[in-house]
Design a protein around this ligand. Structure first.
Ligand SMILES: [Zn+2]
Length: 133
């Protein structure tokens, strides 16, 4: 998209590409913030460090018929990227937003969640593209 620039502006081009890349990254993050914030208009100041730690929604998952309707818990804030099998999970206990009880498929597809390493490590296979099934 910068091919129209003259050779003399190569340094500028490099700078533009770098800053362009950086702003693309932050744009994507902002995008998600807006969507999540729309669900929770009362959300206080955004903690950008916690937000940056949030993983993007899973691109790959396989849910077998015997588990996809299993019910799990999600903390419905803009920072969480996991679902919980146990309601008394120590990670879920730190949730100060609404806790929702949803199906596993909803947690992954609609909330973009991964399995919680504390209470549901046995569900990591759902996101394992390499696993032989
Ligand atoms: Zn958990």
């Amino acid at each position: 998209m910068y091919t129209f620039l003259h050779r003399s502006k190569i340094a500028l081009l490099a700078t533009l590409l770098l800053t362009g890349f950086a702003s693309c990254q932050s744009y994507n993050q902002t995008d998600k913030t807006d969507i999540a914030a729309a669900k929770q208009p009362e959300t206080p100041a955004v903690d950008s460090v916690r937000l940056a730690a949030r993983r993007p929604a899973p691109e790959f998952y396989i849910l077998t018929p015997d588990i996809y309707k299993n019910r799990v818990y999600v903390c419905d804030d803009i920072y969480s990227d996991v679902f919980h099998v146990k309601y008394d999970c120590e990670v879920l206990a730190k949730c100060d937003a609404t806790k929702r009880n949803v199906t596993l498929v909803t947690a992954i597809r609609d909330f973009g969640r991964y399995n919680c390493e504390v209470c549901s490590p046995e569900l990591a296979h759902v996101f394992d593209e390499e696993k032989v099934r």
